[in-house]
Design a protein around this ligand. Sequence first.
Ligand code: SF4
Length: 244
Amino acid sequence: MSVAGVALTQETIGEDLKVTSARLENFSAEDVLRWSIEEFGADVALATGFGAEGCVLIAMLSTISPRTRMFYLDTDLLFPETYALREKLEARYRIRFERRATRLSLNDQAAQYGERLWEREPDLCCRLRKVEPLKEMLSGLRAWITAIRREQSPARADAGMVQWDDKFGLIKINPLAAWSELDVWNYIVTNDVPYNPLYDQSFSSIGCVPCTTPVRIGETVRAGRWRGTSKTECGLHAKRIKTK
Ligand code: SF4
């Protein structure tokens, strides 16, 4: 199965993911999505945190393959604006997002690990509320689609169009890897894609309420996440990238 002559077989997964990824660099994001669906069928799903990039992919995928699974990680700590956006996207594109979440309620977490774990041990909090639910979701898939862009942070700078995800043990597809922030917003404006209104209030990367702040002029896109700490990632996107 292939799109524009790029086929991925069990052999090529092991042998030349980098070659496949290089060839996909010439594809549009829509064609990378088409390729993903043709290649992995029901075994691929889109993960979204409802960021601007995710909204772009949701808009594209809802046209290309509306039955493809789209899921989000609900930490129970997302902004009210984010939950409202989820509903707006569902109505606009006539889709339904799968909610994935820990079974550990916030009260149970506080009882077990102490109040406001995110302030003392954000890595543990992210592991409990994001990484573990993601691992469970991905265990049933052969590939997942993410909205990361290389420009977003040094940790994402070497993201491939397609790569082996060593952390979760499946293929990871990043159709927007080469996109700039301007590309994202051009697409949103041109196609009237719903987006989180917090972007209009100086937020540039939106996660959980306790760990997200607006950014000031001159700061990097993710500077508002876990402000005042050295933490830059949730742990969903491992730095280490390699072919299988
Ligand atoms: S972003 Fe903050 S609140 Fe959300 S899971 Fe991570 S540490 Fe916890």
